[in-house]
Write a new protein. Structure first.
Length: 269
């Protein structure tokens, strides 16, 4: 089980790294095209030298660059190491952000801010690196305003969708989060049963068993009331004698969460 968890953690980190390099690959394209007022969503990637359209296997981050020894497959002109460096940098940056915040909503928010800043700063740097001829060409090319913002917005929306999709995939398929979710459901059911019992009059207070199914997991809620005597009791006796046990099966393993009002036992979790 621990080996599996380790394997999954490594797998998730690898996925985050790959997502980072994909972002990096997009960044190299976007920061080149945005200052040149070129479309970044519809137009296919092409070699800046021979303008040959790039195929699927030319677009694999990091690997395509290494495989073709940093040269364009079609015209053999060396490709700027900027491409592989930005891809690797972003792979590492995403893993670091993941280590910092885990796969949480905060992580998504940080990624969003990071993507926006990277595009703005990167585009500015690339704009400053443009030759005078290129700058003049761009100036003559288009007088339409706001193209930068529109395309930036399109890029951010595109990647928000990508992140949300990968986020939900990783969240749903990670056994760790499944376990956390099942456990918090068990705690919720236990606390609810306890609160209901505490609110009962002493004469109505009974032991009972209930069953709930949440997200495909069945929870047995056992409420056990150990009544001492009908005559001699006070409020403290009442609340210290309610026991709630929630048991459930997760990945063929029995789990349970048990509470009484005085002490809380957390077993097998
Ligand atoms: Zn080329």
């Amino acid at each position: 089980m621990e080996n599996l968890e380790l394997f999954l953690n490594i797998f998730i980190i690898f996925c985050i790294f790959v997502i980072g390099t994909l972002f990096g690959s997009f960044f190299t394209l976007a920061i080149y095209r945005i200052p040149r007022k070129e479309d970044i969503v519809k137009t296919r990637s092409y070699c800046p030298n021979c303008k040959h359209n790039l195929g699927f296997f030319d677009l694999i981050p990091v690997l395509s660059y290494i495989f073709h020894l940093g040269k364009c497959k079609y015209c053999k002109k060396p490709i700027s190491p900027r491409y592989i460096l930005i891809e690797l940098f972003n792979g590492v940056a995403f893993v670091l952000m993941y280590f910092l915040l885990g796969y949480t909503v905060k992580f998504l928010a940080l990624v969003l801010v990071y993507v926006t800043l990277f595009l703005i700063i990167g585009s500015n740097i690339m704009q400053n690196n443009m030759t005078e001829a290129e700058k003049i060409e761009v100036q003559n090319k288009s007088k339409k305003k706001g193209v930068f913002l529109v395309e930036l917005l399109a890029a951010v929306i595109l990647f928000t969708v990508l992140m949300v999709v990968s986020y939900s995939i990783i969240r749903n398929y990670s056994p760790k989060s499944q376990e956390t979710l099942a456990r918090s459901n068990a705690i919720y059911l236990a606390v609810k049963a306890m609160e209901v019992s505490k609110a009962c009059d002493y004469k109505d207070l009974i032991s009972y068993t209930d069953q709930y199914t949440i997200d495909g997991v069945s929870y047995m809620v056992d409420v056990t009331v150990q009544k001492q005597s009908d005559l001699d009791f006070d409020k403290l006796d009442l609340i210290s004698n309610i026991y709630v046990n929630v048991s459930y099966m997760l990945n063929d393993q029995p789990k349970n969460f048990e509470i009484n009002t005085i002490k809380i036992n957390d077993m097998n979790i």
